[in-house]
Write a protein that binds this ligand. Structure first.
Ligand code: GL7
Length: 798
């Protein structure tokens, strides 16, 4: 095709194919080396990988950016223009999925043989739009314009069975064994993605599975002459990988969801055992070759699947199979919300995976025998610890199954792991304390500093060299520069340039104007009541009310741009109401001439990884304000701190560790601690008493209830107000005053720009700990015990 006729998308695709071609040699070499050495690898099983755009990351990993930009320029093409056409694969909901993407990046960069296994959803997380300020979901057709980063392998499809029943038969030795007679099956087609390490020649694989109808199935029906039925069957099969469930931190409990989970782990185990391991490999030695890390409970059905393979397909006895299964799985828990722990009704498992249910029953029987042996006579304990819940309906507690089976169980921040041991999984931790460990989350410095913040990266590299990109602890070398006025002013210039860039993006993307002279105060994360976007809204409404009532002179208000980014699960009513309220407050405040240049609210729709990469480097203040004891870790908090935003936050999740590292004087702490929350709740929390006692809070809530943000319609936000006054599960009202006070401290601190910038620099210098490279080293030391294997790039051609 003639270049003149090529669309921007054509050019983007051409560039992507060129880069991936370059990576291909390294990919093949990585695989060759693994086949040769057969060293221990890590398989990260995750229902979500929220990858973000691939082009930039690949250019960075290959160090091809400059060459690409120059050669494109020679052709009259701007690299920047091509970057912007890439549609990010949104194959995840939020933190959990993005964490998986950071982890595989770090594993590749650390030269660890590893493979990611997940689902190639045809539709990722929905595209969020606002209609009259209310969230409306649109399908995310991310494959529409072609997907140059994936390699489909239809020839390597595997079959996955479902349904049917089990039969008791006798084996050769006359022992009774159970046999699964499945009712139907689908095929899983692997789509491989390259996961390049940072300039080290290693290219690992992310293998995502796509479902299609089996040939046999089709053929049977076609032969019977029923064309429409055959096509229907195809659609039925393809449904399995059709769409990502948009629920976040809540279990979905739907049959299709369980189908997705079993589908991808069954494909992955089969792939690993039959294609990755050498032919004839003795599976008794499996623990020498692999750890399957279970990313939350979504892949936990892999446990009975491996037992089934070993016993039913390989003819092993139970104890042998259990011994190996125990050693190869480890489980990461990502939540503290009891309602978010997945349970599957036994009735559903019976229908979809009857053999697996039998295996789970047997695991439970053996486990409970162990509990009774350890705690004779303590029947209550046995009942509490049972993998099978008896009410409200008989169901399998997937977190318990994972805990009982896994070699290790970890939480994702120090406080979270402590609360798992003390509360969520207390009985299990009492029985097997050595099983429990912590690995604090991390984020990849490649994507979230080096790529997202070229200005800051340049400044850091100039000061301390570029070693920090793969050794983030080296950021501590910046510490002395926090007192260097020249450095501080350059740091400030970078922040200003990042704000200007963010403003440009907002203008181009959404037609939203951002005043770059204001403090950028950002709260971006899924909309969830426990994360308390409402507390942020009350802060804004209170400031607005105080100005309007004359209590606060406008000149005293620190000019701020409040940036929200948040998707609500489509079925989560209250979350959607809160989105509508934020937009309503935004409209009123932004349109009020009295607020001009002082208080502005921007809420770009469809917050995603791509937008995060532009916003985070521009932020001054990072809002991490969940009620203590609910946010397992948070990872946005780390990204902001690493980019020089100061945090206003509760003692929750990884905030605790951030504050410890940056120091109290560089962090705005507020709110009740987890034990305080616990005490208030158990004493019988009465939110209305806070409303009665606190005039500012009362005025803010009254203003919302008065219809001031809804054209006088008083009932509009009644559900939100009533919920706060009557229930307030997440103690928004109880923490209001403390939050307002902390925000006042923010204003005071921000007024001294030198001191603020110094704090910002110290945030960068002291948060190297939050590299996902460090998280991976912790997993390697404490859980996986796999070794790096370097790839020799010297002989490779471009
Ligand atoms: C989460 C936690 O809510 C979040 O705090 C954590 O940082 C993340 C990664 O460990 O996992 N758990 C969860 O279910 N989702 C998360 O983001 C969706």
């Amino acid at each position: 095709m003639d270049l003149l006729q090529a669309s921007v998308n054509d050019k983007y695709l051409a560039l992507a194919r060129t880069v991936r071609h370059y990576l291909m040699t390294r990919w093949l070499e990585t695989e060759r080396r693994q086949t040769e050495l057969q060293s221990k690898a890590v398989a990260y099983l995750s229902a979500e990988f929220l990858l973000g755009r691939q082009l930039d990351n690949s250019l960075l990993a290959t160090d091809l950016e400059e060459i690409a930009a120059e050669s494109l320029q020679g052709l009259g093409i701007e690299l920047d223009e091509l970057r912007t056409v890439e549609v990010e694969p949104g194959l995840g909901n939020g933190g959990l999925g993005r964490l998986a993407a950071c982890f595989i990046d770090s594993l590749a960069t650390l030269d660890v043989p590893s493979i990611g296994y997940g689902i190639r959803y045809e539709y990722g997380i929905f595209k969020q739009t606002f209609v009259d300020g209310r969230q409306v979901e649109q399908p995310d057709n991310w494959l529409e314009l072609g997907s140059p980063w994936e390699f489909p392998h239809p020839e390597a499809a595997v079959t996955v069975n479902f349904g049917g029943h089990t039969e008791k038969t006798a084996d050769d030795d006359g022992r009774e064994v159970s046999r699964w007679v499945p009712g139907w099956s689908v095929e899983g087609v692997p789509y491989n993605y390259m996961v390049p390490g940072y300039q080290n020649g290693r290219v690992n694989t992310l293998r995502l599975w796509s479902a299609r109808a089996t040939k046999a199935f089709d053929l049977q029906i076609f032969n019977a002459g029923d064309y429409t039925e055959a096509v229907r069957a195809q659609t039925f099969a393809e449904n399995i990988s059709k769409v990502l469930y948009p629920e976040d931190s809540t279990p979905q409990g739907k049959e299709l969801r369980l189908q997705q989970q079993y589908f991808f782990v069954a494909c992955s185990l089969r792939n690993f055992i039959e294609d990755v391991l050498p032919a004839g490999y003795d599976l008794h030695k499996l623990p020498e070759r692999i750890t399957f890390q279970l990313n939350d409970t979504h892949p936990v059905i892999a446990i009975p699947e491996l037992m089934r393979i070993l016993i039913d397909e390989r003819g092993w006895n139970w104890d042998e199979a259990w011994d190996v299964t125990n050693q190869v799985f480890a489980y990461t828990c990502h939540t503290l919300l009891p309602e978010a722990l997945e349970v599957w009704p036994t009735s559903l498992l019976e229908k979809l995976l009857p053999r697996h249910l039998e295996i789970i029953y047997r695991i439970n029987k053996d486990f409970l025998a162990r509990v009774r042996e350890t705690y004779p006579g303590d029947e209550m304990r046995a009942r509490h610890m049972s993998i099978i819940a008896e009410s409200p309906e008989r169901a399998v507690r997937m977190a318990y199954l994972a805990t009982v089976t896994g070699s290790k169980v970890n939480g994702v921040a120090a406080l979270h792991s402590q609360l798992l041991r003390d509360k969520v999984l207390k009985d299990f931790s009492d029985m097997e304390p050595e099983k429990f460990t912590n690995v604090t989350n991390g984020v990849t410095p490649r994507r979230f500093v080096r790529l997202a913040n070229p200005g800051l990266s340049g400044l850091i590299t100039e000061a301390i060299g570029d070693g920090w990109v793969t050794d983030l602890d080296r950021l501590s070398e910046l510490e002395p520069l926090a007192d260097d006025s020249g450095f501080l002013s350059r740091f400030r210039e970078v922040k200003a340039a990042n704000k200007a860039r963010f403003a440009d993006v907002m203008e181009a993307r959404d037609g939203i104007r951002v005043d770059t002279g204001t403090m950028v105060d950002a709260m971006v994360k899924r909309l969830h009541e426990y994360k308390r976007q409402m507390l942020k809204v009350l802060h804004i409404v209170s400031l607005y009310e105080q100005v309007k009532s004359g209590a606060l002179p406008i000149e005293k208000v620190t000019p701020r741009t409040f940036v929200f980014g948040a998707k609500a699960a489509p079925g989560y009513r209250m979350a959607k109401e809160i989105i509508a309220l934020i937009n309503a407050v935004g409209r009123t405040v932004n349109d009020d001439p009295a607020m001009q240049g002082r208080l502005t609210i921007v809420f770009p729709p469809n917050y995603n990884v791509t937008l995060a990469e532009k916003l985070i480097p521009a932020a001054d203040l990072s809002e991490q304000i969940s009620v203590a004891g609910k946010e397992a870790s948070g990872t946005g908090n780390m990204k902001f701190a690493l980019n020089g935003a100061l945090t206003i936050g509760t003692d929750d999740g990884a905030n605790v560790e951030i504050r410890e590292l940056v120091g109290d004087e560089n962090f705005f702490l507020f709110g009740m601690s987890e034990p305080e929350v616990e005490r208030v709740v158990s004493a019988g929390y009465e939110p209305a008493s806070f409303y009665d006692k606190n005039a500012a809070l009362r005025r803010a809530l009254d203003l919302i209830a008065s219809g001031a943000f809804s054209d006088g319609r008083r009932g509009e936000f009644e559900p939100i107000v009533a919920n706060l006054l009557e229930q307030d599960r997440f103690l928004v009202l109880a923490d209001f005053q403390s939050y307002m006070d902390a925000q006042a401290r923010v204003d005071t601190a921000y007024a001294d720009q030198d001191a603020w910038t110094r704090s910002a620099v110290l945030n960068v210098a002291r948060t190297g700990f939050f590299s996902s490279d460090r998280s991976m080293r912790d997993y390697l030391d404490r859980i996986w015990h796999a070794e790096p294997v370097s790839i020799d790039v010297s002989s490779m051609q471009g």
